[in-house]
Design a binder for this molecule. Structure first.
Ligand SMILES: O=c1ccn([C@@H]2O[C@H](COP(=O)(O)OP(=O)(O)O[C@H]3O[C@H](CO)[C@@H](O)[C@H](O)[C@H]3O)[C@@H](O)[C@H]2O)c(=O)[nH]1
Ligand SMILES: [Mn+2]
Length: 644
């Protein structure tokens, strides 16, 4: 197997840090290497920052000494603007003085956690995907995301995939059956030929591919057949809207209710409990029952090799494990009068439901337009979580967001290079990167609001916690198990009592009066739940790790038109300011937060203020239009006088 991300080589910029800080009692080697920027680059950079700082201070002294008496108000205003520019520059620079890169060692984690006899001690992972609308967030992306998760290279009995559908549409539910059926072919194909990436749309979109395996001919014919099957799969997904509509029409002709309400019907002839095509009382967006359906059950713990090619089956899967990971569809209850808290609310519902179904100690979340591009990514994040040195105190591993379909000039700056390849690496040298919403591996304990081991005074105690976590004894009992790092997935026995409890965990009222949305789970009442949730975790003393690997771990789509992009940026800046004016203000973070990390959060929550001054500076030169007086030196006066 090619070790795609073992690139801990020294480069022109990075050098390896000596790992002298291994715990004395551990004989295991570290699971990652730490790299820092070469002194010949870092020291001149720091010197440059110092020189700039001196220049800025000198400039302010000069400005204060030379006050413009004709327009004191303008002088004062521009002084405030300049002070803010200087201050925000300083806030921006301070946390950037020591960037650190961490490179996971995949060979080490294989050696330590997976034996050649097939025994594997890697822990369980629950994978969360959120979606809301099959048209606005095209369902083709969602199914590709799920397929890439089902096919990823992680022990199949150790990861489970959850799709949260906030729209509660039958289309998403039935699409999951199509996915489960196509996955029976797609997943073994990916395993047999180690293909990458494992999202079929991007895999088949690659024009030229180099095959490195030994089954060239078999690969060619498998590839052709799977591509044909994928085309048919896409047609079936496309036609779902129509199939469901026509089926419902047929059933409704037979069973129209007296009030003339037209229901949406499932294939088995029952009414869909979620939203209907023709929206009706209790079946419309924002008002429907909670639904949990296990689409694929947890696989057995023994590999199940496929069969050799035959007349009915053209694929030779004799030495390929055919098992698929668990797949669950869920849509939380929605009722009018409740604030459903958008993505954060959906994530918290998923966190609770998964606790009863698979209860993995780690979880990773994706927006539905993101897929796994490098199937070693789960192992890569485990290198940090399971690290013998400080892994226990690591709450989350954040991957950069990389995007497809962006024009080569990146005219709306979707790639955010400075942020993903500069700022985040700098935070990595402090307490860790902030949480960015998608492509993040979490430790369940951190999301439950527990303290990191280094700050824990007592053992974890879940007795009498109903006030904090809500009144589900099954959920509270699952918690101790769910935070045990070594654990695999819990086998599921879907008895009636469990099914009822799952429905309870998804009701709108479940969180009333509890700590969900504040000290537990994803944080509520803010446009950018991600940064604030990461902040809550950091202020408790947890740390995080930034993991940027080649090939990119995950890829997704970004807004490619200006309106959408502006709205996105506006939402982010609004959320940042909200954070500043809330109890999540960085100044209130408490003593466990690294001082420079605090400054980084302060910078993250105040950066939009600069726009006021940029706007003012843009208006200064045309001020004479209003007051007919020049406060700013007349430009090119000699030129103007020549021509007049
Ligand atoms: O009521 C809702 C609203 C949104 N979502 C999901 O939340 C995700 C993100 O929403 P989107 O509108 O696509 O926001 P973006 O601006 O693209 O997302 C970025 O910004 C968000 C807020 O800062 C983060 O949550 C995201 O992870 C991050 O990728 C999507 O998967 C949605 O399906 C829900 O599940 N329920
Ligand atoms: Mn999005």
């Amino acid at each position: 197997m090619p070790n795609r991300i073992n690139d801990a080589k020294e480069s022109d910029v990075w050098v390896a840090v000596k790992e002298g800080d291994m715990p004395a009692d551990s004989s295991r080697p570290l699971l990652f290497r730490t790299m820092k920027v070469k002194g010949s680059i870092l020291h001149p950079y720091r010197l440059l920052i110092l020189l700039r700082l001196i220049a800025i201070v000198a400039f302010f002294i000069w400005r204060i000494r030379r006050r413009n008496h004709d327009g004191v108000w303008l002088w004062a205003m521009s002084m405030v603007g300049d002070v803010w520019f200087g201050f925000s520059w300083f806030l921006n620079q301070l946390p950037k003085l020591n960037p650190i890169k961490r490179v996971p060692d995949l060979t080490a984690i294989r050696d330590q956690y997976e034996s050649t006899t097939g025994e594997c001690r890697l822990p369980g992972i629950d994978v969360f995907v959120t979606t809301i609308d099959p048209v606005d967030e095209p369902i083709l992306y969602t199914v590709n995301s799920i397929l890439s998760i089902l096919a990823t290279d992680y022990p199949v009995e150790k990861h489970a995939c959850y799709l949260s559908d906030d729209g509660g549409t039958l289309v998403h539910y039935e699409a999951m059956f199509e996915v489960a059926s196509f996955a029976k072919l797609w997943v073994p194909f990916c395993r047999k030929h180690s293909v990458e990436p494992r999202a079929p749309e991007s895999y088949f979109g690659v024009k030229r591919r180099v095959y490195t395996g030994s089954m060239q001919e078999e690969f060619m014919s498998d590839h052709r057949r799977v591509r044909r099957e994928y085309q048919e799969f896409k047609v079936r997904i496309d036609s779902l809207f129509n199939t469901i509509y026509q089926r419902s029409e047929a059933y409704n002709r037979k069973n129209t209710k007296e009030d003339g309400v037209k229901a949406t019907w499932m294939a088995d002839g029952t009414q869909w409990p979620g939203t209907w095509i023709e929206q009706a009382e209790s079946h419309r967006k924002g008002q429907h029952a909670g639904i949990v359906k296990v689409i694929l059950n947890q696989p057995s713990h023994k590999p199940q090799p496929g069969s050799a090619a035959s007349i009915d089956n053209p694929f030779n899967f004799r030495n390929v494990d055919m098992r698929l990971p668990m797949l669950v569809y869920l849509s939380r209850e929605k009722r009018p009068g409740y604030n459903h808290q958008k993505k954060a609310g959906a994530m918290n519902a998923m966190l609770r439901v998964s606790a009863l179904l698979s209860n993995a100690p780690f979880l990773i979340n994706f927006d539905c337009d993101h897929y796994i591009n490098n199937s070693q990514a789960f192992r890569a994040s485990m290198c940090f979580m399971l690290d013998p040195c400080d892994g226990q105190n690591t709450a989350f591993v954040q991957f950069p967001q990389r995007f497809d379909d962006i024009d080569p000039t990146d005219r709306y700056a979707n790639h955010n290079r400075v942020f993903f390849d500069g700022t985040m690496l700098s935070l990595n040298g402090l307490q860790g990167p902030s949480y960015l919403g998608t492509g993040t591996m979490f430790r369940r304990a951190a999301l439950y609001g527990m303290d990191p081991p280094q700050w824990r005074v007592d053992n974890i105690n879940v007795a009498d916690k109903a006030k904090q976590y809500g009144r589900s004894t099954l959920f509270i009992h699952s918690m101790l198990d769910g935070v045990n790092q070594e654990r695999s997935l819990t086998p599921v026995f879907l008895e009636e009592s469990v099914s009822n409890e799952l429905t309870t965990l998804m009701t709108c009222a479940y969180e009333d009066g509890t700590s969900w949305g504040r000290d537990v789970g994803w944080v509520y009442n803010i446009a950018t739940e991600d940064v604030v949730t990461g902040f809550r975790i950091h202020r408790q003393g947890w740390r995080s790790i930034y993991c940027s690997i080649e090939a990119a771990a995950f890829r997704g789509t970004a807004p490619i038109n200006l309106t959408e992009r502006l709205l996105q940026v506006l939402r982010w800046s609004g959320g940042s300011l909200e954070m500043f004016f809330s109890h999540s203000n960085a100044c209130l973070a408490g003593p466990r937060m690294h001082p420079l990390q605090r400054i980084a959060y302060l910078n993250m929550s105040t950066y939009p203020i600069v726009t006021i001054f940029i706007l003012a500076y843009n208006l200064f030169p045309v001020m004479w239009l209003i007051s007919e007086q020049f406060y700013i030196q007349r430009p090119f006066s000699s030129y103007i006088s020549c021509t007049s």
